[in-house]
Design a protein around this ligand. Structure first.
Ligand code: SF4
Ligand code: SF4
Length: 489
């Protein structure tokens, strides 16, 4: 087998992914870096303003009368707060990582800033092992995603106050207890930190060491970095919240800001600490988020719920029809939505089932791609090829999440009189995610050394996985309109 062409491709890719020295950057990138370094000390005012705004969005609607049915974001604050959270904040934060990485975390997020601020006045205990466990942010993500659904976080201001207010309290508590001038919460426990971290790998900017130490990424609580990155050994974007604390344009060490081609880190993922826990989180998290939307829109879910309810009633287990505590499930008779234990267990079970099913499908397609890649010249072990190829789903997972859970963003078009183009806009974003995922799959295979003429073979299962993710989100993105009201068993 002639492997020279693929080796040459790999060398070219390595060169493309390698950081250029600070002097060779575009002057505008250097100017942006200079701006944020100069304004670093003023960020505290931005954080203060964001914290006040966040508190208003969470708690002011609790004191206001119910918005009328025809209320718009411009006519009632409660509707404005809901639109701000789900129509702007959620999709725009995820979209922003493509252009600016985790700039939301470092520059604007009130939760991370509050956690760090309390840390400076807190007990500063060493970060415990249970918090450093790689599964902690996965558990945190699943817990918040599922709780959000059972209490109806997208529909009720009380649920918004509970879920976001509770998360803010937890962030502050962890900050108060653990780490020394660190953000243990952001690195280890934020429910969306890991998601933003995975997606930031496709971002168009990164901070890279001026003087690099080899031997890969390393965790340290000693340095200046609030998310425990060992600065000279930084090779991946996911934990960097772009706080610019390690950047000093005049110093010989530290990091510097660099623009790159979006997706470049994933194309060369083996050089950027490819991580099995991250890939499994992406598989599981995408499925859980999908389940959280599908139960609202699928008629089949209602039919299944009815059958399960009848099964309980036949056995005279009437408690299943009783209402549980309002901190655990949606109890809002005034808005014609009252969940009972059947709803609670059905929603939790359905989301977990979707999570396991989608993760299993993606695991099978990725395993097939990794196996075929090995058969046609792909290097390294099966599990290393599996992990690398798992990253190909990043764009399609991200676009599906933005379209499915942040669909209100597209409703903005109707405020501008462009409602007829909503479907087209969603379709284009979805197509972009799909094509990008296939492209990344091809690049990863090239880097593995899979023979160019037969590379389409392992690309097939990867593409099938991306298409399946898209198809699974189809009803949520383009299909049935959601109607969560009137659920009374
Ligand atoms: S990791 Fe979470 S809490 Fe921390 S800054 Fe990012 S979004 Fe905010
Ligand atoms: S690597 Fe630098 S910019 Fe990134 S989070 Fe750490 S200190 Fe902030």
């Amino acid at each position: 087998m002639n492997r020279m062409p693929s080796q040459r491709v790999a060398q070219i890719l390595v060169r493309a992914a390698a950081p250029s020295p600070p002097g060779e950057r575009h002057p505008r990138v250097a100017a942006v870096e200079g701006f944020f370094v100069r304004q670093r000390d003023r960020l505290v005012w931005v954080h203060g303003a964001m914290f006040s705004l966040f508190l208003c969005v969470l708690f002011v609607p609790l004191a206001l009368p119910e918005p009328p049915e025809n209320a718009t974001p411009f006519s009632h604050f409660t509707t404005f707060a809901s639109y701000g959270l789900w129509g702007l904040w959620f999709p725009l934060v995820f979209l922003s990582v493509i252009f600016t990485g985790r700039s939301w975390c470092g520059l604007l997020c009130p939760m991370g800033a509050a956690s760090e601020s309390l840390n400076q006045r807190g007990l500063q205990r060493p970060i415990p092992r249970w918090l450093r466990w790689e599964g902690t942010p996965v558990v945190s993500f699943l817990f918040i995603t599922i709780l959000g659904q059972t209490v109806g976080v997208r529909d009720h201001p009380e649920a918004v106050a509970e879920v976001f207010g509770g998360t803010l309290l937890a962030a502050m508590l962890i900050g108060f207890l653990y780490g020394r001038n660190k953000r243990a919460w952001c690195r280890h426990m934020c429910p969306i930190g890991l998601l933003l971290g995975v997606f930031s790998r496709i971002g168009a900017v990164q901070l890279v060491p001026k003087r690099k130490k080899l031997c890969g990424d390393h965790y340290t609580e000693k340095g200046v970095c609030p998310t425990m990155i060992d600065i000279p050994r930084k090779v991946e974007s996911r934990h960097c919240i772009e706080c610019f604390r390690c950047v000093n344009p005049k110093a010989k060490g530290g990091l510097y800001l660099r623009a790159r081609r979006p997706g470049a880190e994933i194309e060369a993922i083996r050089d950027h600490h490819a991580n099995p826990a991250e890939v499994w989180f992406m598989f599981l998290g995408a499925g859980a988020a999908l389940g959280g939307f599908l139960w609202l829109v699928l008629p089949a879910y209602q039919a299944l719920r009815q059958r399960v309810g009848e099964w309980f009633i036949e056995r005279k287990w009437f408690w299943i029809g009783e209402t549980g505590p309002s901190w655990l499930m949606s109890v809002h008779p005034e808005r014609r939505e009252v969940f009972n234990w059947l709803d609670f267990f059905m929603i939790v079970g359905f989301m977990l089932a979707c999570m396991l099913l989608l993760a299993a499908v993606l695991a099978v397609t990725t395993a097939l791609a990794a196996w075929i890649s090995g058969c046609i010249g792909g290097d390294r072990s099966f599990s290393q090829r599996f992990v690398e190829l798992g990253y190909q789903y990043t764009p399609v997972a991200m676009m599906s999440l933005i379209l499915g859970l942040g669909g209100e963003l597209f409703e903005t078009l109707s405020y501008l009189g462009l409602g007829a183009y909503i479907g087209t806009a969603k379709g284009l974003v979805f197509l972009l995610g799909l094509v990008w995922s296939v492209y990344l799959g091809e690049r990863i295979l090239a880097r593995q050394g899979a023979a160019p003429r037969r590379r389409w073979l392992p690309l097939l299962p990867g593409t099938a996985g991306s298409v399946l993710v898209g198809l699974a989100w189809w009803p949520a993105i383009f299909g049935v309109q959601r109607d969560a009201g009137n659920i009374l068993f």
